[in-house]
Design a protein around this ligand. Structure first.
Ligand SMILES: Nc1ncnc2c1ncn2[C@@H]1O[C@H](COP(=O)(O)OP(=O)(O)O)[C@@H](O)[C@H]1O
Ligand SMILES: O=C(CO)[C@@H](O)[C@H](O)COP(=O)(O)O
Length: 466
């Protein structure tokens, strides 16, 4: 039996799974936390990886490994490969006005989607390199190379014995890579940064790019959403909805997406196809924040939410506690709307928080379907998908059948599957065990439509752009 490992180096933590390369069976796991904040030293990801893998038996007999990492983060390196500053993460909004400037400078949203498939927002790496050039000229002058979080961690795990490497999936989130030609757009790097930068080589999806000092083969790795797609065996017609720090909704597509509204980003997947994706800034942490406000743990939060009726008796939670990215409202604040003396209950507040974060993605799914084709099923994943309330409420907001898989760490499992692919030469057919299948009832479909109309009305009236 060959053994492989997958690493999920995502916003809040580092998770490692060790799997049987033939069957995908999970043999061992490890995890450690990342520091809070939207700008962190890259070294913290390596420290968390070391902590998560501290038990020497965890990686025993592992032959190959890959890293799935949070997308878009800017890791700026000097000539000797050392970070010039803390990495700016995908959810750092300081580059919001840089994104707007770049949008205009290239000729508008249409020009961007034609060039790279996505419209720049603060999250995209291109906006962050512009921010660096404008705001920290000394650090910008010292920057020789910019890599993404998963590129950086793979390079460190390989003891820096090869040059930094990325993959097509994660590169597609920079906004300076064209996933239809698989080439960097040097002109866009020049536009954003004022000069050329060294960029990581783009490896093939099944390539072994090097090995660790202990002799574990390293596959190219990819962005966390691309890895989740691999881990969940995503196929045409299904969408994944992930509720981690971010909320994401994505599907597989044979063609590049070019959505000038900016709702759907035109990313690439980890197999050579495309991964149109909607991302919100407000996922699981809005639920944690609401549970804290109510003074309850997640179990009681779920019980409360499930004790309220669908629609939370008209209470709407506009989930912009961290600003927002889709729609592009980086400075927005959250709101609780529609309260009266009768409906102002902890149960309705808890349910509305879940309905609110899911509605943002339900809205995204409508646009996603325009580009990825009809979507007849949603696979729910990410930390907050562990909540029974999120699982049960999802069909009444999304209006679609919802599959909850027994695969909790879909990103790490996807990375392990990529490692098995690189090791054996063919993408192994790992089964995805299901935990539950929730069919929407007629009442769920009706509730989903009512919630959509209500939330869309509020957001359109209260905010200037959607
Ligand atoms: N039962 C639950 N109910 C709601 N949220 C949960 C539950 N369990 C975990 N979470 C949340 O999931 C998040 C972590 O999810 P994860 O997908 O690992 O995030 P990330 O990939 O962004 O690091 C945390 O914010 C945590 O509070
Ligand atoms: O920016 C995006 C997708 O475009 C985020 O989905 C990040 O990739 C972070 O993911 P999580 O850590 O929330 O899973």
């Amino acid at each position: 039996m060959s053994i492989v490992a997958g690493v999920d180096s995502s916003t809040q933590s580092c998770k490692i799974v060790v799997c049987d390369a033939d069957t995908g069976e999970v043999l061992r796991t490890g995890r450690a936390s990342h520091p809070n904040g939207t700008a962190v030293p890259a070294g913290a990801w390596l420290s968390a990886y070391r902590e998560a893998s501290a038990d020497p038996s965890l990686l025993a007999e592992v032959e190959a490994m890959a890293v799935g990492g949070q997308q878009h983060g800017m890791v700026a390196l000097d000539e000797s490969g050392e970070p010039v500053r803390d990495a700016l993460l995908w959810n750092d909004n300081r580059s919001a006005s840089d994104a707007v400037d770049l949008m205009i400078e290239l000729g508008g949203a249409e020009a961007w989607v034609e060039a790279v498939g996505s419209v720049p927002v603060a999250a995209m790496t291109v906006s962050k390199i512009r921010w660096l050039a404008r705001n920290e000229p000394d650090n910008a002058a010292r920057t020789a190379q910019v890599v993404l979080p998963h590129d950086w961690l793979t390079w460190q795990l390989g003891g820096r014995s090869f040059g930094p490497v990325t993959d097509r999936g994660d590169a597609s989130g920079t906004c300076y890579f064209d996933a239809t030609t698989n080439l960097y757009r040097d002109d866009i790097v020049e536009l954003a940064f004022g000069r050329q930068l060294e960029l990581p080589r783009v490896a093939e999806p099944q390539e072994l790019v090097g090995e660790t000092p202990e002799g574990i083969g390293l596959a190219a790795g990819t962005g966390d959403n691309m890895a989740a797609g691999l881990g969940l065996g995503l196929t045409h017609g299904s969408a994944v909805v992930s509720l981690g720090t971010s909320g994401t909704a994505f599907a597989q597509s044979a063609r590049q997406t070019r959505d000038p509204s900016g709702v759907v980003a035109g990313f690439a997947d980890a197999t050579g196809a495309f991964l149109p994706l909607v991302c919100t800034l407000n996922g699981a942490r809005n639920l944690a924040g609401t549970a804290k406000l109510l003074g309850v743990d997640f179990a009681e939060f779920a019980r409360l939410a499930l004790s309220a009726p669908a629609g939370a008796e008209g209470v709407s939670f506009i989930p912009y506690l961290e600003g927002e990215r889709t729609p592009p409202l980086p400075y927005a604040k959250g709101e609780m709307v529609g309260l009266d003396l009768d409906n102002f209950t902890p149960a309705n507040i808890a349910r509305a928080a879940i309905e609110g974060i899911l509605w943002s993605l339900a809205y995204g799914l409508r646009t996603l379907a325009e580009y990825a084709g009809a979507l007849d099923r949603v696979i729910l994943t990410g930390g907050a998908a562990q909540s029974t309330a999120v699982q049960q409420i999802a069909p009444a907001v999304l209006g679609l059948p919802v599959t909850v898989t027994a695969v909790e760490e879909s990103v790490a499992i996807g990375a392990a599957r990529q490692a098995a692919w690189a090791l054996g030469g063919t993408l192994p057919d790992w089964p995805v065990p299901q935990q539950r299948e929730l069919e929407p009832t007629e009442a769920d479909v009706k509730a989903a439509e009512e919630i959509h109309q209500r939330y869309h009305g509020i957001v359109t009236a209260h905010y200037t752009r959607i």
